[in-house]
Design a protein around this ligand. Structure first.
Ligand SMILES: NC(=O)c1ccc[n+]([C@@H]2O[C@H](COP(=O)([O-])OP(=O)(O)OC[C@H]3O[C@@H](n4cnc5c(N)ncnc54)[C@H](OP(=O)(O)O)[C@@H]3O)[C@@H](O)[C@H]2O)c1
Length: 350
Protein backbone atom coordinates (compact mmCIF):
# COMPACT_ATOMS: atom_id res chain seq x y z
CA UNK A 1 0.00 0.00 0.00
CA UNK A 2 2.94 2.39 0.53
CA UNK A 3 3.48 4.98 -2.14
CA UNK A 4 -0.21 5.45 -2.84
CA UNK A 5 -1.71 8.92 -2.54
CA UNK A 6 -3.99 9.16 0.48
CA UNK A 7 -7.59 10.05 -0.31
CA UNK A 8 -10.77 10.83 1.60
CA UNK A 9 -14.40 10.55 0.53
CA UNK A 10 -16.80 13.22 1.80
CA UNK A 11 -20.39 12.01 1.76
CA UNK A 12 -19.04 8.45 1.83
CA UNK A 13 -22.27 6.92 3.15
CA UNK A 14 -24.50 7.98 0.22
CA UNK A 15 -25.17 6.50 -3.20
CA UNK A 16 -22.20 8.14 -4.93
CA UNK A 17 -19.99 7.93 -1.83
CA UNK A 18 -20.32 4.15 -1.66
CA UNK A 19 -19.25 3.86 -5.30
CA UNK A 20 -16.23 6.04 -4.56
CA UNK A 21 -15.29 3.75 -1.72
CA UNK A 22 -15.62 0.65 -3.91
CA UNK A 23 -13.55 2.18 -6.72
CA UNK A 24 -10.83 3.48 -4.38
CA UNK A 25 -10.48 0.12 -2.65
CA UNK A 26 -8.99 -1.27 -5.86
CA UNK A 27 -7.32 1.83 -7.27
CA UNK A 28 -3.57 1.42 -7.82
CA UNK A 29 -2.74 5.14 -7.36
CA UNK A 30 -5.01 6.28 -4.51
CA UNK A 31 -5.56 4.76 -1.09
CA UNK A 32 -8.82 5.26 0.79
CA UNK A 33 -7.70 6.71 4.11
CA UNK A 34 -10.79 8.49 5.44
CA UNK A 35 -14.55 8.18 5.04
CA UNK A 36 -16.44 11.29 6.15
CA UNK A 37 -20.11 12.21 6.31
CA UNK A 38 -22.56 14.22 8.40
CA UNK A 39 -22.69 14.48 12.18
CA UNK A 40 -25.41 11.80 12.01
CA UNK A 41 -22.82 9.26 10.85
CA UNK A 42 -19.59 10.54 12.42
CA UNK A 43 -18.18 8.16 15.02
CA UNK A 44 -20.01 5.10 13.62
CA UNK A 45 -18.37 2.17 11.85
CA UNK A 46 -18.60 2.69 8.09
CA UNK A 47 -20.55 -0.56 7.61
CA UNK A 48 -23.16 0.68 10.11
CA UNK A 49 -23.40 4.18 8.69
CA UNK A 50 -23.83 3.42 4.96
CA UNK A 51 -27.28 4.23 3.71
CA UNK A 52 -29.39 1.16 3.01
CA UNK A 53 -31.23 -0.28 0.10
CA UNK A 54 -28.30 -1.47 -1.96
CA UNK A 55 -25.80 -3.33 0.20
CA UNK A 56 -22.48 -2.95 -1.58
CA UNK A 57 -19.50 -5.13 -0.77
CA UNK A 58 -16.52 -3.62 1.01
CA UNK A 59 -13.35 -5.10 2.48
CA UNK A 60 -13.28 -5.71 6.22
CA UNK A 61 -10.74 -2.92 6.60
CA UNK A 62 -13.12 -0.45 4.95
CA UNK A 63 -16.18 -1.72 6.83
CA UNK A 64 -14.34 -1.05 10.10
CA UNK A 65 -13.28 2.51 9.27
CA UNK A 66 -14.70 5.07 11.67
CA UNK A 67 -16.73 7.74 9.86
CA UNK A 68 -15.16 11.18 10.37
CA UNK A 69 -16.80 14.61 10.40
CA UNK A 70 -15.98 17.06 7.58
CA UNK A 71 -12.85 18.54 9.14
CA UNK A 72 -9.92 19.57 6.88
CA UNK A 73 -7.47 19.80 9.79
CA UNK A 74 -8.17 16.18 10.83
CA UNK A 75 -7.56 15.03 7.25
CA UNK A 76 -4.28 16.97 7.12
CA UNK A 77 -3.14 15.05 10.20
CA UNK A 78 -3.77 11.84 8.29
CA UNK A 79 -1.70 13.06 5.28
CA UNK A 80 -4.69 13.05 2.96
CA UNK A 81 -3.97 14.92 -0.30
CA UNK A 82 -7.01 14.23 -2.42
CA UNK A 83 -10.64 14.61 -1.42
CA UNK A 84 -13.52 13.08 -3.36
CA UNK A 85 -16.78 14.89 -2.64
CA UNK A 86 -20.21 13.28 -2.87
CA UNK A 87 -21.94 15.91 -0.78
CA UNK A 88 -25.30 17.51 -1.52
CA UNK A 89 -24.82 20.80 -3.40
CA UNK A 90 -25.96 23.06 -0.57
CA UNK A 91 -23.42 21.52 1.83
CA UNK A 92 -20.68 21.19 -0.79
CA UNK A 93 -20.47 24.86 -1.71
CA UNK A 94 -18.77 26.04 1.47
CA UNK A 95 -17.12 22.80 2.52
CA UNK A 96 -15.33 22.24 -0.80
CA UNK A 97 -13.93 25.78 -0.69
CA UNK A 98 -12.66 25.20 2.84
CA UNK A 99 -10.83 22.07 1.72
CA UNK A 100 -9.35 23.76 -1.38
CA UNK A 101 -8.17 26.67 0.76
CA UNK A 102 -6.40 24.16 3.03
CA UNK A 103 -4.51 22.84 -0.01
CA UNK A 104 -6.56 19.73 -0.86
CA UNK A 105 -7.41 18.77 -4.43
CA UNK A 106 -11.20 18.40 -4.33
CA UNK A 107 -12.84 16.23 -6.97
CA UNK A 108 -16.51 17.12 -6.72
CA UNK A 109 -19.76 15.58 -7.85
CA UNK A 110 -21.85 18.46 -6.58
CA UNK A 111 -23.27 21.10 -8.89
CA UNK A 112 -22.36 24.04 -6.62
CA UNK A 113 -19.15 25.18 -8.35
CA UNK A 114 -19.60 23.69 -11.82
CA UNK A 115 -20.53 26.83 -13.70
CA UNK A 116 -17.86 29.11 -12.21
CA UNK A 117 -15.48 30.34 -14.92
CA UNK A 118 -12.30 29.16 -13.20
CA UNK A 119 -13.66 25.72 -12.22
CA UNK A 120 -13.40 22.98 -14.84
CA UNK A 121 -16.21 20.50 -15.39
CA UNK A 122 -14.03 17.63 -16.53
CA UNK A 123 -15.30 14.65 -18.45
CA UNK A 124 -11.81 13.38 -19.21
CA UNK A 125 -12.30 11.86 -22.67
CA UNK A 126 -14.24 14.93 -23.79
CA UNK A 127 -12.37 17.96 -22.45
CA UNK A 128 -9.28 16.73 -20.64
CA UNK A 129 -7.44 19.92 -21.69
CA UNK A 130 -9.76 22.02 -19.47
CA UNK A 131 -7.55 20.95 -16.53
CA UNK A 132 -5.57 24.13 -17.26
CA UNK A 133 -8.38 26.07 -15.54
CA UNK A 134 -6.87 24.83 -12.27
CA UNK A 135 -3.92 27.21 -12.82
CA UNK A 136 -6.31 30.12 -13.37
CA UNK A 137 -8.33 29.11 -10.28
CA UNK A 138 -5.23 29.01 -8.08
CA UNK A 139 -4.11 32.40 -9.39
CA UNK A 140 -7.50 34.03 -8.83
CA UNK A 141 -8.37 32.44 -5.52
CA UNK A 142 -4.85 32.41 -4.08
CA UNK A 143 -5.11 28.83 -2.83
CA UNK A 144 -2.85 25.82 -3.35
CA UNK A 145 -5.68 23.32 -3.54
CA UNK A 146 -8.25 23.11 -6.32
CA UNK A 147 -11.89 22.32 -7.03
CA UNK A 148 -12.42 20.16 -10.10
CA UNK A 149 -15.96 19.06 -10.81
CA UNK A 150 -17.39 16.37 -12.99
CA UNK A 151 -20.59 16.78 -14.96
CA UNK A 152 -24.07 16.00 -13.86
CA UNK A 153 -24.69 12.27 -14.56
CA UNK A 154 -26.82 12.68 -17.71
CA UNK A 155 -24.37 15.23 -19.13
CA UNK A 156 -21.37 12.95 -18.59
CA UNK A 157 -23.04 10.19 -20.58
CA UNK A 158 -24.36 12.49 -23.32
CA UNK A 159 -21.16 14.47 -23.93
CA UNK A 160 -18.99 11.34 -24.15
CA UNK A 161 -21.23 10.06 -26.95
CA UNK A 162 -21.26 13.45 -28.72
CA UNK A 163 -17.51 14.03 -28.64
CA UNK A 164 -16.47 11.94 -31.70
CA UNK A 165 -19.41 13.38 -33.67
CA UNK A 166 -18.40 16.94 -32.79
CA UNK A 167 -14.73 16.36 -33.62
CA UNK A 168 -15.45 14.79 -37.00
CA UNK A 169 -18.61 16.45 -38.31
CA UNK A 170 -19.36 19.47 -36.09
CA UNK A 171 -22.51 19.92 -34.02
CA UNK A 172 -25.33 22.28 -35.00
CA UNK A 173 -28.29 21.12 -32.88
CA UNK A 174 -28.78 18.42 -30.24
CA UNK A 175 -32.04 17.24 -28.67
CA UNK A 176 -31.90 14.74 -25.80
CA UNK A 177 -34.64 12.96 -23.91
CA UNK A 178 -33.47 11.13 -20.78
CA UNK A 179 -34.81 8.15 -18.85
CA UNK A 180 -33.00 8.39 -15.51
CA UNK A 181 -32.59 5.76 -12.82
CA UNK A 182 -33.85 6.24 -9.27
CA UNK A 183 -30.35 6.01 -7.74
CA UNK A 184 -29.68 9.32 -9.49
CA UNK A 185 -31.80 11.00 -6.83
CA UNK A 186 -29.57 9.80 -3.95
CA UNK A 187 -30.81 7.88 -0.92
CA UNK A 188 -33.69 7.60 -0.02
CA UNK A 189 -34.50 9.56 -3.17
CA UNK A 190 -37.89 9.52 -4.87
CA UNK A 191 -40.69 8.19 -2.60
CA UNK A 192 -41.64 4.67 -3.73
CA UNK A 193 -45.31 5.62 -4.14
CA UNK A 194 -44.29 8.35 -6.59
CA UNK A 195 -42.14 6.15 -8.82
CA UNK A 196 -43.33 2.51 -8.76
CA UNK A 197 -45.59 1.84 -11.77
CA UNK A 198 -44.79 5.34 -12.97
CA UNK A 199 -42.58 7.77 -14.87
CA UNK A 200 -42.04 11.25 -13.46
CA UNK A 201 -41.51 13.72 -16.32
CA UNK A 202 -39.62 16.27 -14.25
CA UNK A 203 -36.30 16.36 -12.40
CA UNK A 204 -35.62 19.65 -10.71
CA UNK A 205 -32.97 21.78 -12.51
CA UNK A 206 -31.79 18.75 -14.54
CA UNK A 207 -32.66 20.08 -18.00
CA UNK A 208 -30.89 23.38 -17.31
CA UNK A 209 -27.83 21.49 -16.05
CA UNK A 210 -27.64 19.20 -19.10
CA UNK A 211 -27.91 22.16 -21.46
CA UNK A 212 -25.49 24.56 -19.76
CA UNK A 213 -22.90 21.97 -18.70
CA UNK A 214 -22.78 20.31 -22.14
CA UNK A 215 -21.91 23.64 -23.77
CA UNK A 216 -19.27 24.45 -21.14
CA UNK A 217 -17.65 21.02 -21.46
CA UNK A 218 -17.71 20.92 -25.25
CA UNK A 219 -16.34 24.44 -25.72
CA UNK A 220 -12.81 25.72 -25.14
CA UNK A 221 -11.62 26.39 -21.56
CA UNK A 222 -12.52 30.06 -22.12
CA UNK A 223 -15.71 29.89 -24.17
CA UNK A 224 -18.74 27.54 -24.26
CA UNK A 225 -19.62 25.69 -27.46
CA UNK A 226 -22.23 27.38 -29.63
CA UNK A 227 -24.45 24.52 -30.81
CA UNK A 228 -28.12 24.56 -29.78
CA UNK A 229 -29.20 21.98 -27.22
CA UNK A 230 -32.58 21.07 -25.76
CA UNK A 231 -33.10 18.48 -23.00
CA UNK A 232 -36.18 16.80 -21.58
CA UNK A 233 -35.47 14.77 -18.41
CA UNK A 234 -37.57 11.97 -16.89
CA UNK A 235 -37.28 9.69 -13.86
CA UNK A 236 -38.04 6.01 -14.53
CA UNK A 237 -38.04 2.93 -12.28
CA UNK A 238 -34.60 1.60 -13.30
CA UNK A 239 -32.31 1.27 -10.26
CA UNK A 240 -29.00 2.23 -11.94
CA UNK A 241 -28.22 3.43 -15.47
CA UNK A 242 -29.48 6.43 -17.41
CA UNK A 243 -30.77 5.85 -20.95
CA UNK A 244 -30.89 8.85 -23.31
CA UNK A 245 -32.47 9.23 -26.77
CA UNK A 246 -30.30 11.69 -28.74
CA UNK A 247 -31.08 13.53 -31.98
CA UNK A 248 -28.20 15.33 -33.67
CA UNK A 249 -27.86 17.76 -36.55
CA UNK A 250 -24.26 18.06 -37.70
CA UNK A 251 -22.43 20.83 -39.58
CA UNK A 252 -21.33 18.37 -42.26
CA UNK A 253 -23.79 15.94 -43.83
CA UNK A 254 -23.39 12.58 -42.14
CA UNK A 255 -24.55 8.99 -42.61
CA UNK A 256 -25.25 6.61 -39.69
CA UNK A 257 -22.33 4.39 -40.73
CA UNK A 258 -19.96 7.40 -40.47
CA UNK A 259 -21.10 7.92 -36.88
CA UNK A 260 -20.66 4.22 -36.08
CA UNK A 261 -17.15 4.40 -37.49
CA UNK A 262 -16.01 7.44 -35.47
CA UNK A 263 -17.57 6.14 -32.26
CA UNK A 264 -15.96 2.70 -32.58
CA UNK A 265 -12.53 4.25 -33.29
CA UNK A 266 -12.82 6.93 -30.60
CA UNK A 267 -9.98 7.05 -28.06
CA UNK A 268 -8.87 10.05 -26.05
CA UNK A 269 -6.21 11.25 -23.60
CA UNK A 270 -7.17 8.89 -20.70
CA UNK A 271 -6.84 5.89 -23.05
CA UNK A 272 -3.55 7.18 -24.51
CA UNK A 273 -2.17 7.74 -21.00
CA UNK A 274 -3.50 4.31 -20.01
CA UNK A 275 -5.02 5.74 -16.81
CA UNK A 276 -6.09 2.91 -14.48
CA UNK A 277 -9.81 3.79 -14.52
CA UNK A 278 -9.98 4.65 -18.24
CA UNK A 279 -12.37 2.34 -20.09
CA UNK A 280 -10.84 0.73 -23.18
CA UNK A 281 -12.74 1.56 -25.37
CA UNK A 282 -14.82 4.41 -23.90
CA UNK A 283 -17.75 3.94 -26.30
CA UNK A 284 -19.24 0.52 -27.01
CA UNK A 285 -21.42 0.41 -30.12
CA UNK A 286 -24.14 -2.28 -30.22
CA UNK A 287 -25.85 -3.37 -33.42
CA UNK A 288 -28.82 -5.34 -32.04
CA UNK A 289 -32.12 -3.53 -32.55
CA UNK A 290 -33.00 -3.66 -28.83
CA UNK A 291 -29.75 -2.51 -27.15
CA UNK A 292 -28.52 -0.81 -25.04
CA UNK A 293 -30.61 -1.76 -22.02
CA UNK A 294 -29.82 -0.70 -18.43
CA UNK A 295 -29.85 -4.20 -16.91
CA UNK A 296 -27.69 -5.67 -19.65
CA UNK A 297 -25.30 -2.85 -20.47
CA UNK A 298 -24.77 -0.49 -17.53
CA UNK A 299 -21.59 -2.26 -16.34
CA UNK A 300 -19.82 -1.99 -19.73
CA UNK A 301 -16.16 -1.13 -19.15
CA UNK A 302 -16.67 -1.59 -15.41
CA UNK A 303 -19.45 1.02 -15.56
CA UNK A 304 -17.07 3.58 -17.09
CA UNK A 305 -17.96 3.11 -20.77
CA UNK A 306 -21.10 4.36 -22.44
CA UNK A 307 -23.05 2.04 -24.71
CA UNK A 308 -24.55 3.42 -27.91
CA UNK A 309 -27.08 1.66 -30.09
CA UNK A 310 -29.78 2.20 -32.70
CA UNK A 311 -27.66 4.69 -34.66
CA UNK A 312 -29.91 5.63 -37.54
CA UNK A 313 -30.85 8.47 -39.86
CA UNK A 314 -33.02 11.26 -38.49
CA UNK A 315 -35.31 12.74 -41.12
CA UNK A 316 -36.37 15.83 -39.17
CA UNK A 317 -32.83 16.94 -38.37
CA UNK A 318 -31.27 15.63 -41.57
CA UNK A 319 -28.76 14.00 -39.21
CA UNK A 320 -28.61 10.98 -36.92
CA UNK A 321 -30.40 9.71 -33.87
CA UNK A 322 -29.26 7.08 -31.37
CA UNK A 323 -29.70 5.78 -27.84
CA UNK A 324 -26.91 6.03 -25.27
CA UNK A 325 -26.69 4.37 -21.86
CA UNK A 326 -24.28 4.95 -18.98
CA UNK A 327 -24.00 4.03 -15.31
CA UNK A 328 -25.06 7.18 -13.47
CA UNK A 329 -23.15 6.39 -10.27
CA UNK A 330 -19.93 5.27 -12.00
CA UNK A 331 -19.41 7.01 -15.38
CA UNK A 332 -21.84 9.73 -14.33
CA UNK A 333 -20.38 10.32 -10.86
CA UNK A 334 -17.73 8.52 -8.78
CA UNK A 335 -15.86 6.85 -11.65
CA UNK A 336 -15.62 10.11 -13.58
CA UNK A 337 -14.13 11.84 -10.51
CA UNK A 338 -11.59 9.07 -9.96
CA UNK A 339 -10.57 9.28 -13.63
CA UNK A 340 -10.25 13.06 -13.23
CA UNK A 341 -7.94 12.52 -10.26
CA UNK A 342 -5.82 10.13 -12.32
CA UNK A 343 -5.68 12.68 -15.14
CA UNK A 344 -4.60 15.43 -12.73
CA UNK A 345 -1.91 13.17 -11.34
CA UNK A 346 -0.67 12.34 -14.85
CA UNK A 347 -0.57 16.07 -15.66
CA UNK A 348 1.44 16.89 -12.53
CA UNK A 349 -1.25 18.60 -10.41
CA UNK A 350 -1.15 15.93 -7.70
N1 LIG B 1 -26.78 9.88 -7.50
C1 LIG B 1 -26.25 10.18 -8.69
O1 LIG B 1 -26.44 9.48 -9.70
C2 LIG B 1 -25.40 11.41 -8.84
C3 LIG B 1 -24.75 11.61 -10.05
C4 LIG B 1 -23.94 12.73 -10.22
C5 LIG B 1 -23.81 13.64 -9.19
N2 LIG B 1 -24.48 13.45 -8.02
C6 LIG B 1 -24.28 14.43 -6.96
O2 LIG B 1 -23.43 13.81 -5.99
C7 LIG B 1 -23.78 14.27 -4.68
C8 LIG B 1 -24.12 13.07 -3.80
O3 LIG B 1 -25.27 12.42 -4.35
P1 LIG B 1 -25.85 11.06 -3.73
O4 LIG B 1 -26.82 10.60 -4.73
O5 LIG B 1 -24.74 10.17 -3.31
O6 LIG B 1 -26.60 11.62 -2.42
P2 LIG B 1 -27.00 10.83 -1.07
O7 LIG B 1 -27.21 9.39 -1.32
O8 LIG B 1 -28.11 11.63 -0.49
O9 LIG B 1 -25.71 11.02 -0.11
C9 LIG B 1 -25.38 12.25 0.46
C10 LIG B 1 -24.12 12.14 1.32
O10 LIG B 1 -23.83 13.43 1.86
C11 LIG B 1 -23.78 13.35 3.30
N3 LIG B 1 -24.35 14.56 3.88
C12 LIG B 1 -25.64 15.03 3.75
N4 LIG B 1 -25.79 16.18 4.46
C13 LIG B 1 -24.59 16.43 5.05
C14 LIG B 1 -24.11 17.46 5.91
N5 LIG B 1 -24.89 18.45 6.32
N6 LIG B 1 -22.82 17.39 6.31
C15 LIG B 1 -22.02 16.38 5.93
N7 LIG B 1 -22.41 15.37 5.10
C16 LIG B 1 -23.69 15.41 4.67
C17 LIG B 1 -24.59 12.13 3.67
O11 LIG B 1 -24.12 11.68 4.92
P3 LIG B 1 -25.10 11.02 6.04
O12 LIG B 1 -25.37 9.61 5.59
O13 LIG B 1 -24.27 11.09 7.27
O14 LIG B 1 -26.34 11.85 6.09
C18 LIG B 1 -24.25 11.19 2.51
O15 LIG B 1 -23.01 10.60 2.75
C19 LIG B 1 -24.92 15.27 -4.87
O16 LIG B 1 -24.40 16.57 -4.97
C20 LIG B 1 -25.53 14.84 -6.19
O17 LIG B 1 -26.21 15.88 -6.85
C21 LIG B 1 -25.26 12.35 -7.81
Amino acid sequence: MTGKIKAAVLGATGMVGQRFVQLLEKNPWFRLEVVAASERSAGKKYSEAVRGGFPMEFSEETANLEVQPLNPKKLKDKDVEVVFSALPADVAYKVEEEFAREGFIVLSNASSHRMEVDVPILNPEVNWEHHILVDEQRRRRKWDGAIVTNPNCSTAILTLSLKPIMDNFGLKRVVVSTMQAVSGAGYPGVPSLDIIDNVVPYISKEEEKVQAESLKIMGSPEKPASFKISASCHRVTTIDGHLEAVFVETDEKVKPEDVVDVMVKFRSEPQKLNLPTAPQPPIHVRFEENRPQPRLDRMAGGGMAVVVGRIRKDEVFDGVKYVVLGHNLIRGAAGCSVLNAELLKAKGYI
